[in-house]
Design a protein. Sequence first.
Length: 574
Amino acid sequence: MIFQSSDESQRRPSGWWKPAVVYQIYPRSFADSNGDGTGDIPGITSKLDYLTELGVDVVWLSPVYSSPMDDNGYDISDYHNVDPLFGTLGDLDDLIAGLHQRGIKLVMDLVVNHTSDEHPWFQESRDPNSPKRDWYWWRPPRPGAEPGTPGAEPTNMAAAFGGPAWDYDERSGEYYLHIFSRKQPDLNWENREVRRGIYDMMRWWVDRGVDGFRMDVINLISKPEKLEDGVPEPGNQYVPIFRFVGRGPRLHEFLREMNREVGLDARNLLTVGEMPGVTIQMARAITDPANAELNMVFQFEHVDLDRMAEGHKWDLKPLELPALKKNLSDWQVGLGDVGWNSLYFDNHDQPRAVSRFGDDGPQHRVNSAKTLGTVLHMHKGTPYVYQGEELGMTNTYFSAIEQYQDIESVNYHADALSLGMEADVVMRSLSAKSRDNARTPMHWDDSSHAGFSEGIPWLPVNANYLAINARAAMGDPDSVFHHFRKLIELRHEYRVIVEGRFQLLLPDSEQIWAFTRSLDNSILVVIANCSSAPTVVPAEALPDLGRAQLLLATHAATGTLQLQPWESRIYLLR
Ligand code: GLC
């Protein structure tokens, strides 16, 4: 039983994952054991002491399954096997055993909104007479249109990675739906057999020893009742896909069924659903333990604040601190009594936090990385650390399109140029937002290729690895690494950090991020200067700090409320 009573105050989840901190590993870029330039599972296993030193409780492993790698493994052709690029099932068993020996759990990425087009299910489905025909979304061309010509698609939805969301298959004589690339056809969750196949597969992984699932774009599994045309914007006949999908009518039903059939709660697994477009209200229902759906979701609102409009990721808008604070605060309040938040700034799809929300220049990089960590980790919810975030790794600042590998970036560049956009504007957007910013190899030391590989890395190593690397950080007590280690320790030590009620202070300040967390007689007070200029926190905005204990700070204590650029402090009052 995860909850003990139907009384509202008792309906908070009490799972083991509440005081936990999760570390995300993007296997291609973490550690390469065999010199082929791509990270692999034995490489991860060789770094377990590092994870132990950092103190994380859980590893989320991005996909390592068999894949043609159109989207770096988020296009799976065999759910029951490991891609040879990453190793073998035996290597994965060794990794699980090694993690478990150290008390660390393993959460697998679960990509079941779509498969690869090379998955046998899809290959069979291409035959209109196959029993698997209905496993994917097949539709005839638009009436009267010549199949395969522009505009003949069944509807005018645009795919997330560019082009139409429908691709014509000559063998079938019909179009199939793909929200992402044309090599990622969407599974039809309306079909009971599809769902059964997936639950079987999930049980197989649980029996193998995994401790949970990070569910890729899981809110997209329930499609709208009708797939229809949307209203296009000037200059583009196709309409961004996220205007149509994400809030399908059967989502809750599917998640409950999955929970029941796989035994997600019964087997005490960690479940986190990635959900573009999710609202607080939806998240509250999904993470209310009484509904037995998921433990938590990844929301996108805070990482969408620096884009002009929905579907316009690349049209940059300056980020304002009050908006960012307000967004996280709204989620804290919205899921304050029922449900649970996940906390993240970084992952394999987002630019590096220190470059995006901080100041990654030489003067302020370390303190801004620490302060962003402080702010995020002192919120209520489960924090996610993305590999290299604990070192304050920065964006890549590639200068040539040839350096980019990510399908989304490469397609965007081609599409934008074909629409007549200026090349340097496009490159600026990529520099700020490309997913490759997060995917450059992990910096282990100052040897060649940052100690990531003895071969040529699949994606260039960031040139700043000589200064920013794990070996240097571990040897420096003032490093970003040790700051993250202490943040994780604090969460393990103080219940107020796990459970305390959140209240935002100084909501309109454009420099200061301040809040309290309260539980019983304890009050945690966090003050952070999120700017590169000094500032003073008005004392009247805070509880009296006279008797407060300073738990962690970026700078030496001064006894005043003057904050240096990117200075942050965590106080405890009891
Ligand atoms: C999720 C993944 C992303 C992937 C997409 C399609 O958003 O995090 O990397 O490209 O789903 O699977």
